[in-house]
Design a protein. Structure first.
Length: 219
């Protein structure tokens, strides 16, 4: 059984009416995980972005497009995996007319822990993939060690294997094409490791890596 550091949800409490932190106030809606509840692999990102906030679905913006491509290249279909975030409400700051994602604080991540834990208990994946440092921290409680965890092949989290890699947004943000490529390749390698660890045979749909010009920026 998971050990909650925060009180478990009340019967009438859900991410939709959660007031455990203040992020709900600036968000359109809570964005919960989506995918099959018997998925063998669960991917955990940081928090919804602007498009996810509006549509109520995880990873449907530019980072989601890149993630779908990486999944496909690793021989996995998006429909086969459960995709969620460490934090269910969009935290943002204004930049011109756009709302730009702002990293959640440790307290906000901790306040959201019950909802992630609830999804982990419901899905019981064989493998959890932490996409980025916030997900890594949420899943391990460790504030340090993201780089080392990424380099480790497979760790463990509540009985599931834990694979740690970059957040797809990183492959859209870094200015250097070489770095973007390295980040993208690391994500694909992590997803392949996750599939092997979950005992999933790669589908025949593997596709070529995107060219440098196909690794867009999110600006
Ligand atoms: N970043 C995330 O962690 N998730 C999304 O859905 C979009 C951006």
């Amino acid at each position: 059984m998971p050990t909650f550091k925060f009180p478990p949800p009340e019967p009438d409490e859900s991410p939709a009416n959660c007031r455990r932190c203040d992020l709900w106030a600036g968000a359109t809606q809570a964005v919960c995980g989506s995918g099959p509840t018997n998925a063998l692999i669960m991917l955990v990102g940081e928090q919804p972005g602007e498009e996810e906030d509006e549509r109520g679905e995880p990873f449907v913006g530019p980072a989601g497009t890149l993630l779908a491509r990486a999944l496909h290249q690793a021989g996995l279909a998006r429909e086969q995996v459960f995709i969620t975030h460490a934090v269910k409400h969009f935290k943002w700051m204004a930049r011109g007319k756009r709302r730009i994602q702002k990293t959640p604080t440790q307290a906000e991540v901790a306040a959201c822990e019950v909802w992630l834990e609830q999804e982990l208990v419901a899905v019981r994946p064989r493998v959890v993939v932490a996409l980025g440092a916030t997900a890594y921290r949420a899943l391990t409680g460790q504030q340090r060690g993201f780089a080392e965890a990424r380099a480790s092949r497979v760790l463990e989290r509540s009985g599931a294997a834990l694979v740690v890699t970059w957040h797809p947004s990183a492959a859209l943000r870094v200015p250097s094409v070489e770095m973007r490529r390295a980040i993208y390749d690391d994500i694909v390698a992590a997803l392949r490791r996750a599939a092997a660890q979950a005992g999933m045979a790669p589908s025949s749909g593997e596709i070529a890596a995107p060219s440098a010009s196909e690794l867009p920026t999110d600006n």
